[in-house]
Ligand binder design. Structure first.
Ligand SMILES: C[S@@+](CC[C@H](N)C(=O)[O-])C[C@H]1O[C@@H](n2cnc3c(N)ncnc32)[C@H](O)[C@@H]1O
Length: 338
């Protein structure tokens, strides 16, 4: 089930803080039939100049894209004038794009109780606060990427003792893409220091081989399930790593081409590989134009399911999820090939 948007109607897009330019660049390059309407903070509206279906779009730098229905004030929202709660075949998602201090507590108090990750309904109403007294209402469909969480955010908090914020990237990918981590499952992490992502995997009882010339946190080093390969990735010989690694995570401060080349060199003989999670850094705006090349490159190497997306904790970067046939797939992940 999808949503039709007629020529002349509007969509809206929400994005991570500081990434508006990346989203605009992506839309300009990939969806030139969309014309910018309104922009505020990390919220944008676009008018389509042809009839489209909402699931034709798979933008990377957006956390939520929806058909835009209307803009309302707080008073209208809380009155019975907008009677969205009476539409029982819809799930409601309320979220605010404002800082915690400026969010409207009365409105969030009212709507938060309706927020849920119900997967039974085909459509979701999005109610988004973008200014103190400005809310937008839109609608998106279940088959869109990460549709079941308000603004695609599972709201995972960073444990105090995590060695780094990279814990969140791994925890969010695990949750949004339903990656099952089982006891003694073998993971390789390229670019593992100081160890936030490894810490998340170890907490989930995985066996982790972490590669990084930099120091790892004692929290990882003292865990018997962790092995540190302390050298640049370029110096690793495939025989230094078990050949039955199931998952590889890549978070290197290298250019994307080099990161991808290294990960494929090392993992090409892994017999039970289910998937690879690659964090791709965006160093300048031109890198936005190469996303499709990276996706195609991965497909040419036999990954039948490739997704490019930004996670809620991402800064100037995105995640490439490369899944083999044996990897579990969640309904929320679109299977459409771009
Ligand atoms: C963003 S940090 C990784 C954060 C880490 N995943 C965590 O969970 O804390 C990037 C890492 O890439 C490492 N790195 C850069 N060049 C590398 C190379 N050639 N080989 C291996 N690691 C490299 C850096 O030392 C740095 O620790």
């Amino acid at each position: 089930m999808t949503i039709k948007i007629n020529n002349g109607e509007f969509l809206f897009f929400c994005c991570n803080d500081g990434n508006l330019d990346l989203l605009k660049q992506e839309i300009k390059r990939r969806y030139s039939y969309l014309h910018l309407g309104y922009s505020k903070g990390r919220f944008l509206t676009y008018k389509t100049t042809k009839d489209i279906l909402l699931n034709e779009l798979e933008p990377v730098f957006t956390t939520r894209w929806a058909k835009s229905l209307k803009k309302v004030s707080k008073e209208q929202l809380l009155s019975q004038e907008i009677n969205i709660l009476s539409l029982t075949s819809f799930t409601l998602h309320y979220f605010s794009l404002l800082d915690d201090e400026t969010q409207d507590k009365e409105v969030s108090g009212y709507f938060d109780k309706y927020n849920n990750c119900n997967m039974e309904n085909e459509f979701y109403y999005d109610v988004v606060q973008i200014k103190t007294d400005e809310f937008w209402i839109g609608i998106h469909a279940k088959d869109q990427r990460c549709a079941i969480f308000p603004n695609s955010d599972p709201k995972i908090s960073l444990p105090e003792k995590s060695p780094s914020r990279a814990y969140l990237k791994m925890a969010e990918a695990h949750c949004l893409f339903n990656i099952s981590i089982t006891e003694n499952q073998k993971w390789l992490e390229l670019g593992s220091a100081p160890g936030g992502a490894s810490y998340f995997l170890l907490e989930n009882k995985a066996l982790v081989w972490g590669n990084d010339p930099a120091e790892m946190s004692q929290l990882c080093l003292t865990n018997k399930n962790f092995t540190h390969i302390k050298k640049p990735v370029q110096h690793i010989k495939p025989e230094e790593i078990p050949s039955d690694i199931e998952w590889v995570s890549v978070d290197l401060n290298l250019n994307p081409k080099q990161s991808l080349a290294e990960v494929f060199r090392i993992s090409k003989d892994f017999r039970f590989l289910r998937g690879i999670l690659v964090t791709v850094k965006i160093v300048n705006l031109d890198h936005v134009d190469y996303i499709q090349d990276n996706i195609n490159w991965a497909r040419d190497r036999g990954f039948d399911h490739v997704i490019a997306t930004q996670l809620p904790s991402h800064k100037r970067e995105y995640l490439l999820v490369l899944l083999n046939k044996s990897a579990p797939k969640r309904l929320t992940v679109s299977s459409k090939k771009t």
